[in-house]
Design a protein around this ligand. Sequence first.
Ligand SMILES: C[S@@+](CC[C@H](N)C(=O)[O-])C[C@H]1O[C@@H](n2cnc3c(N)ncnc32)[C@H](O)[C@@H]1O
Length: 254
Amino acid sequence: MNKTFTRIDLIQIFIDKLKAERYLEIGVASGAVLLEVRCRHKIGVDPKFRIKNRKRITRNLLYKLFREGIFLNQVTSDQFFNTHKAYLHEKPPQVIFIDGLHTFKQTLKDVHNSLNWLDKGGVIVLHDCNPPHKASATPALSIPEAKRNYQSENDNGAWTGEWCGDVWKVIPYLIQNHPDLNVCVLDADYGLGIISRKIPSLSPCYYCLSDEMHGMDEFQSLDYDDLMANRTEWLNLEKLANLQGVVELHTCQK
Ligand SMILES: C[S@@+](CC[C@H](N)C(=O)[O-])C[C@H]1O[C@@H](n2cnc3c(N)ncnc32)[C@H](O)[C@@H]1O
């Protein structure tokens, strides 16, 4: 491989391997991934797109006319899952990319909601699961807030601009609480979490977040030092050299 392997490469591998026709992306920003991946139906969800208004309206109009292309929903992920149940039931996405609000709690909620609607044999990719240093793992709601918090707690320590938040906690949480799932992190592009059902033929099933809340505090209170001490094991970290085996595991018999 002579270029840096990114989330776009991994998502496209899953779309191609599963012959997926429906792709959902939570957290789109300027569309660097959504506009790039090739799939017949692409749905983007973001409360604040950075794709120009006119382009958005045109794309949604084309989607309505031709029933394929890109459909953009300017709402939060919670609002999207709450208001598109009939649509998701009729057209469950086969590949879902989660890259929205970078907090443990919201990302876990996004994963649960995604598992509720993911098609049989589908795969979820989760960005930012392997923060490279302490500053990048600062829990916060946004980059400016993370920078402020990190610098006030670390004597104005250097801020590189890289930020993953505490999304990483979702991975050990799922490994501990969901033995029904295959969960690992590919060591590329800030950590690409990969989640699929162990029994791929199962239909979308209903994961209730409130039932799971009891276990969340334990994970919420973890910090970067805990991750440093347990990174490979807690993230089930897979080297890029194992890409083929990882893809096989998450797409076998599908
Ligand atoms: C890191 S950016 C996404 C980048 C994009 N996926 C990419 O790979 O280029 C995160 C995005 O999540 C959006 N976001 C924040 N809160 C959200 C929420 N509750 N639901 C969905 N998206 C959210 C932000 O507006 C922002 O555009």
